[in-house]
Design a protein around this ligand. Sequence first.
Ligand code: PLP
Length: 446
Amino acid sequence: ADVKKEYAQKCKGSIASYERAKKVIPAGLEHNLGLLNPYPLTMKTAKNASIWDVDGNEYVDYLMGGGPIILGHKVKEVDDKVISFLENYGPSTGLTCESEILCAEEIAKHVPSVEMVRFLASGTESDLLAIRLARTFTGKTKIIKIMGSYHGWSDQMLLSPDRPGTGNGHTSGIPKECYMHTIEVMPNDFDGLQRIFNENKGDIAAVLAEPTGGHAGTFPNHPDWNKTLRKICNDNGAMLIFDEVVTGFRLGMGGGQEYYNTMPDITVMGKIITHGYPSCGAVGGRREIMSLCHPGGLNGKSAYTGGTLSANPISTTAGYHSLKCIEKYHAIDKASDYGDLLTAKLNELFATRGDLPFFAYNIRSIVHVETACPSGTFLVKDSRNVSDDEQKLRSKAAEDIYIALMNEGVLLLGDCKRMYTCMQHDETTMNKTLAAWEKVISMIPA
Ligand code: PLP
C-alpha cells in the first residue's frame, strides 16, 4: 500500500501549510520532531491524549510534545494560573518572582540529589551549565559521553547522538576542536569506560549520561551500568551528571535517580518541569556545587550563567502548578500503568505474526517499539555492525510504519517509534492504538 499517497489525501491542509512555510522557514518546519514526515502535520488543537490537525483528522497522541506532557493536553488547573499571572504582570519582568522559588522548592523536595536549582531556557543550555559546573568544581576538563545519547545540540555534545559507534554527528558546522574534550564510550562498555579513565588520569571532570540509556532507553542500559558510572566517578574524583530532561518527573517524582537508586552529583532537567510551557530547563545539585553559579562564586570560583528568559515567571508558574498536579493526580503511575499495558498488548499482537521481528519494551511511560532487530538482541544496538545500506532500509521501514500509523490516527515520535504515555490515555485510546497497529502489520507481506 502506498502509505504516503493515503497520507497526502488526508492531509491536504497540512500540505498547503507546509508549502507556505517552506517559503519563509528553512525546511518548512522548526521542530525536528516533524522531520520524518513527507508533509509535516500542522496541528489545530489538542486535548487530553488527542490532537487534531488542520484537516480535522484526530490522532491518539504519543508524541506528547516530545516528552513534556504527562498530565495530558490543556490542563485547566495549570493554564488558569498562567493566565492569571499574565493578567497581573505580563510575560516577563526580569525580577525574581515567587513562582520561581516555589518551583525550585518543589523540585528540591522531590529529586533526591537536588538541594538547589538554577533555571535556564532549554535542556541544551542546562546540559551546558552542568558541564561548566562539573569543570569548575573539579578543576578538570574532559567529559565522557555515552554514544547514542542526546544532550542537546551544543557544539561539544552533538557527537554520535543517533548511531553508537559510528562517530556520526547530526551536523556540519562544528570544528573538530569543539570535541577535543568530549570522549565517547559505547553503551554498556564497562572495560572501555575503565580504559578511558586510566588513559585520562586526573583529567575527567564528569560522565554525562541519560539514566535510561541513550535517547530515553533507545539504547537501554545494562542493569549495572548506572551504579558502575557512580562508582568509577567516585573512585576518580569525577562528577556524575544525569541528564534527566526526559526522565525527570516521568520515571517518578524523584526522576531516574530515584527509579534506579543511583544519585548523580548534578541533575539536568527540562520538558515536564514546565509542562510544555517555554522556557524550560534547569540544573540541580548539592549546595556546594550549585553555589558556583553565583556571580561571586564559591572560594573565588564562579560558573557564569545567563539567559534573558531563564526562570521566566510564566514557565515557573506553569512548572510549580503542573508539578503539584502530577503529584495530586498520580500522573506518573497512571501514565506508567498504561505504558505497561500497551507494551504487553503490543507484544501479544506482534506474536500473532511470528515472522516479524517486532517487539515492544518500556521504561514506565516511555514505550519503545523495535521493528528492526530480532527480539532479545536489543541490549546494545551496536550500529557499528550495521551497514549504511541496511541502516537506510531500516529507516525507510520505520518511516512507512510511522506514516501508516498516522493514517490510522496514531501519532508516534518518528525517529525510533518511541511512544510517551500520559495520564489521559485510556481504554479508548488503547483500543484505537491496537487496531491501528493490527492494520499496519496486516499490510506487511508475510
Ligand atoms: N537531553 C535530553 C535527554 C533530551 O531528550 C533533550 C531533548 O530532547 C535535551 C537534552 C535537549 O533539551 P532541549 O530540546 O530543551 O534543548
